[in-house]
Design a binder for this molecule. Sequence first.
Ligand code: 3HC
Length: 310
Amino acid sequence: TVRSFATTSSRQNAIKTVTVIGGGLMGSGIAQVAATTGHQVVMVDQTDDILGKSKASIQKSLQRVVKKKFAEDPKGGEQFVSDILGRITTQTDSNAAVANSDLVIEAIVENIDVKKKLFSSLDKAAPQHTIFTSNTSSLPIGDIAVSTQRQDRFGGLHFFNPVPMMKLLEVVRIPATSDETFNKLSDFGKAMKKTTVDCKDTPGFIVNRLLVPYTIEAMRMVERGDASFKDVDTAMKLGAGYPMGPFELSDYVGLDTMKFILDGMEGSRLHPEGYATYPFNFPLNSDTPSSYEGKRGYVRYTCSAIIDRP
Ligand code: 3HC
């Protein structure tokens, strides 16, 4: 009986309304999954035009789900999509968007000053109980949280691309994060049907800490002339069971995002517990022609433009 009481009370406290700030690749994926799992979602971006595109991309992704789940039931599929889209509203005013929010998930540009300015403003606009999180993959959560008076209600929720398909969620705590906040974030992750792992606020958390050096070594390998792009990708797919090789994955994530993560790791080498073993230094030169044409098209950098060889 004690147990069922605890369950009921934690359900009453559970996160129901979510504000997702940023309607890009990650933000729209997060909004989609939150709405699919029954949460009420407000998605925020700078213009209605951007938000229209975000909603269109959510719709497109839902259609892929429907094609499988409702193959024999097109009417049910239509209902499924319209129910989910019905739980997502859009806003261009982030302060207004947090008025009834239990949880804010920020997925905007990887710029510390822009993030701090946003959270400082949201801190005044949001109710006391609202938990703030960032989906950053390159900046310390603690450095962002200092812009608020609610560091005990601050943490990281790090999702993976494509959000609807990837089953993992890294739940990140800073020293100030309360146990209550952390448990609520983990419960929210499970309610989103993700498997959660607990992370400290260290560079790259778990996945990128391992994935990014691996990817960089693949680039160095090609630069040394040890193997071709194609063979490295084939080798890791067929020899290690990865769904994408390191080059296909870098292109899928975006070299711009990769560079943000690397810059974050480079910067945090200065931290005592930081990233000490890998010598990163990454001048990015966008004028350099590409030697790997990826699917995303705008990837126009040679590896040596990203990597300063040791
Ligand atoms: N929405 C809905 N469904 C999607 C989707 C999306 N955005 N993307 C793919 N799918 C579905 C497809 O409909 C398809 O379903 P089906 O098999 O039933 O027809 C299924 O996923 C497989 O898709 P594809 O056949 O197009 O291609 P793949 O078999 O290669 O799968 C993939 C695509 C799931 C993306 C797979 O290649 C993969 O897992 N790649 C690795 C992705 C990865 O490692 N992500 C993490 C990157 S790191 C990160 O995000 C951290 C950040 O900080 C940078």
